[in-house]
Design a binder for this molecule. Structure first.
Ligand SMILES: *Cc1c(COP(=O)(O)O)cnc(C)c1O
Length: 393
């Protein structure tokens, strides 16, 4: 058997080779899609003694699958955790984490700039069906979390950087605080990918990724992951996934494994382009504000340098003009297509607050005219030229 530990030396080796046991697939350099729902056993004893953590034994596709397991081993290793679990979407992963950590009457502290559907789940379903209460905070300073902790606080939800206004939270300080009161820290790490931020090392308990973004990387797959550092929590999540039934399919897992192999080079290029675009926008007379954590003008630039090793391709800016003018800028772009997602090869533009009320915009700290763009892989010069012509009015 190959020595898997040799691949743990760097994230590049993990993304390319780790978790793959070539001798089990006739030395094919690309593991197959195990497109099976069932694995059979030699004997009943064999079935009843089977350990769900055993990498070489499988029983049923809702529980585990060998292709899914390769993906999980890679993400678990990239995040420096005891393991990771793959789900059918980012939201399936996020809700599984909340439903596993929280109980009836739990209190949750969540950053206001967290992913919208997760906030809807907390304030809607979780409140209605489980009496869960939520306090939303800006999250800029750890004191804000401390002030809002109650004796029922079980979960703190972070997203750093957030994906519209790119605000950061101090992961280490919030995690130290949470530990004292026995609350778990969950963080959406989709923006940074495991290449540029490893929150478990900073004290977080659960790292969430939607693999629909950079991990898939080609806008052809939906999936989610949770990585954890505690074996007990891992076991609970594994049990619950079997009960909730939200495991990702093997074909999707295979596409994510393929995406992972090139993720490091892709995000480096996304970052290089986004940085050039951010600098171009910052110098443009029609642009009032650029939100990109890689810019030294970002208010949390120092914190960014402490906890991240890089930034990726998503950023936002506000033009010196009305929301209507911002919509016109978006519609004049041609390489940047109008769309909500990001993390693929393609450049995108979206106005996340175009239909949001002024009061809510203030709370979210991004005005109605905020334009979010994803800098894809079409080439920096052409993307800047596209923006330049859309802003020439
Ligand atoms: C897209 C997204 C999600 C949700 O992921 P799905 O795979 O679409 O369920 C969660 N968090 C962030 C930051 C996202 O951009």
């Amino acid at each position: 058997m190959s020595d898997q530990n040799q691949y743990l030396k760097s994230s590049k080796l993990i993304a390319t080779h780790y978790g793959e046991e070539y001798e089990h697939y006739y030395n094919a350099i690309v593991p197959p899609v195990f497109m099976n729902s069932l694995n059979v056993f030699e004997s009943l004893d064999d079935y009843y003694d089977f350990d769900r953590r055993d990498k070489h034994k499988y029983c049923y596709g809702r529980v585990q699958n060998p292709t899914v397991r390769i993906l999980e081993d890679k993400i678990g290793a990239l995040e420096h955790g005891v393991g990771a679990l793959a789900y059918a979407s980012g939201m399936a992963a996020a809700t599984a984490a909340v439903l596993t950590v929280c109980r009836t009457g739990s209190h949750v502290i969540c950053v206001r700039n967290a992913y919208g559907p997760l906030k809807s789940f907390l304030s809607g379903y979780a409140k209605e069906h489980m009496d869960i209460t939520v306090t939303y905070v800006d999250g800029d300073c750890p004191e804000e979390f401390e002030e809002n902790i109650t004796d029922r606080t079980d979960l703190i939800i972070l997203e750093s950087p957030s994906s519209v206004v790119f605000s950061l939270q101090d992961i280490r300080s919030v995690s130290e605080l949470a530990k004292k009161v026995n609350a778990k820290v969950y963080i959406d790490n989709t923006y940074c990918t495991p290449i540029y931020q490893q929150p478990l090392d900073l004290g977080a308990d659960i790292v969430m990724h939607t693999t629909s973004k950079y991990i898939g990387g080609h806008s052809d797959v939906i999936g989610g992951m949770l990585a954890v550092k505690d074996e007990e929590l891992f076991k609970k999540l594994l049990e619950n996934r079997e009960l909730f039934g939200g495991i990702v399919g093997p074909m999707e897992a295979w596409l994510m494994i393929r995406g992972l192999r090139t993720m490091e080079v892709r995000v480096a290029r996304h970052q290089e382009t986004a940085m050039a675009v951010a600098e171009f926008l910052e110098g443009h007379p029609k642009v009032r504000k650029v939100n990109y954590p890689g810019l030294p003008s970002h208010p949390q630039y120092e914190l960014m340098k402490r906890q991240q090793q890089g930034n990726t391709g998503l950023l936002s800016f506000e033009i010196d003009g009305s929301a209507k003018e911002a919509e016109e800028v978006a519609s004049r772009l041609s390489i940047f297509k109008i769309g909500v997602s990001w993390g693929g090869f393609e450049s995108l533009v979206f106005l996340p607050h175009a239909r949001t009320g002024e009061d809510e915009c203030k709370k979210l700290r991004g005005s109605q005219n905020i334009i979010r763009i994803h800098c894809g892989l079409e080439g920096t010069e052409d993307l800047i030229a596209d923006l330049e012509s859309a802003l020439a009015y």
